[in-house]
Ligand binder design. Structure first.
Ligand code: NAP
Length: 328
């Protein structure tokens, strides 16, 4: 009997999306010990996916690589040591393609059981497919230095995927939230996410406007540290944690004296290196927020699997909203 196969987006070398990404038939994976197999419905695309495919941090490719960490689907098989009762659960995934060639842009993915998190009935497939990288990163940025209950948070770029979930998680867990955007369309998205104050960071008076929420922020979730450091320091003092999660084309020069004057703490986050126990706590908290109907979708841009290259190019071009791939 022939071994079962599946349709998958794959690349076997690094390079531009249109040159290296294709759809191929590959062997359907079996779940190993501690793993689940998920019949994927949607695969969510993040900037890290195109950066990995472009070879930003090259690592040997194990024959082929199926891209994407995030997605939604239904568990259809479990490996040794996993509760068989998980079969049939609708789940969202995180870090599916980390150290694995079986990402979510395929009919099936296999991943550690703890990285396939039950999705509450009220949450749409589209929301579930977009949680992994953005919501987990937002959680780490907000909570690595403790609770945000009763605190003031500034989220830079509140219409971005991480920024969106940072606003929603901060609000759900009791913070007051200001956010920055570059224009009216993104301001509307940030308001819909529940930000208490939305400010255009290009305005000369942005710092004064942000002081309308608080003279000093407790958390600053930062997507562009170099571009925004002066603004951030104007809103910082003892007790402020600026948490940067994105690299810019040029590394900033750190104004040490200004940072000392503010007694500010700087933290950096890279999801791939966050300790497992903190990722698990993030999944618990995200599940609570989902159950509380506190998380929402950004606008969704849908692509069929055979347009996986166009889907990644859309993310690379800075699409507003979230790009998802429909899995046949
Ligand atoms: N460290 C990690 O583990 C981690 C995890 C997730 C994402 N990331 C990285 O974080 C970045 C954002 O990811 P994403 O998925 O959220 O992307 P996204 O959905 O494209 O959002 C990025 C947002 O940042 C805004 N932005 C750009 N420059 C800004 C500035 N100077 N001030 C305020 N906002 C600014 C953009 O809007 P405007 O340009 O209109 O302002 C956009 O809304 C990417 O570089 C990604 O690779 C890192």
């Amino acid at each position: 009997m022939n071994a079962p196969v599946m349709q998958a987006a794959v690349y076997d070398r690094y390079g531009p999306a249109a040159e290296v990404l294709r759809v191929a038939e590959v062997g359907r994976p079996e779940p190993g010990p501690g793993q689940v197999r998920v019949r994927m419905r949607l695969s969510g695309v993040n900037p890290t996916d195109w950066k990995s495919r472009a070879g930003a941090t090259p690592r040997p490719i194990d024959g082929f690589q199926i891209p994407h960490h995030d997605g939604v689907g239904v568990i259809d098989a479990v490996g040794d040591g996993v509760d068989g009762g998980r079969v049939g659960q609708r789940v969202w995934t995180f870090l599916a393609a980390a150290s694995s060639r079986f990402g979510t842009a395929a009919q099936w993915s296999v991943l550690p059981s703890r990285q396939a998190v039950p999705l509450p009935a009220g949450a749409s497939d589209e929301l579930g497919a977009c949680l992994g990288v953005p919501a987990m990163t937002a959680h780490r940025c907000l909570f690595a230095d403790g609770s945000v209950d009763g605190k003031n948070a500034l989220v830079a770029g509140g219409a971005g995927a991480v920024g969106h979930f940072a606003i929603e998680l901060a609000k759900f867990f009791g913070a007051r939230v200001a956010t920055t955007v570059s224009g009216p369309q993104k301001a509307e998205l940030a308001k819909q996410a529940g930000a208490d104050l939305v400010v255009n960071y290009r305005d000369a008076g942005a710092a004064d406007q942000l002081r309308g929420l608080a003279a000093q922020m407790d958390r600053i979730v930062e997507v562009a540290l170099g571009a925004n450091l002066d603004l951030d320091l104007a809103l910082s003092g003892p007790g402020t944690h600026i948490v940067a999660y994105a690299a810019e084309p040029h590394d900033p020069v750190l104004p040490v004296r200004k940072c000392m004057n503010a007694n500010v703490a700087l933290r950096f986050v890279l999801l791939y290196g966050v300790p497992a126990k903190d990722l698990d706590q993030a999944a618990v908290d995200i599940s609570k927020a989902l159950q509380g109907d506190a998380l929402t979708e950004l606008p969704i841009l849908r692509f069929p699997l055979d347009q996986v290259a166009a889907a990644q190019e859309a993310v690379e071009a800075g699409a507003v909203g979230k790009v998802v791939i429909e899995i046949p």
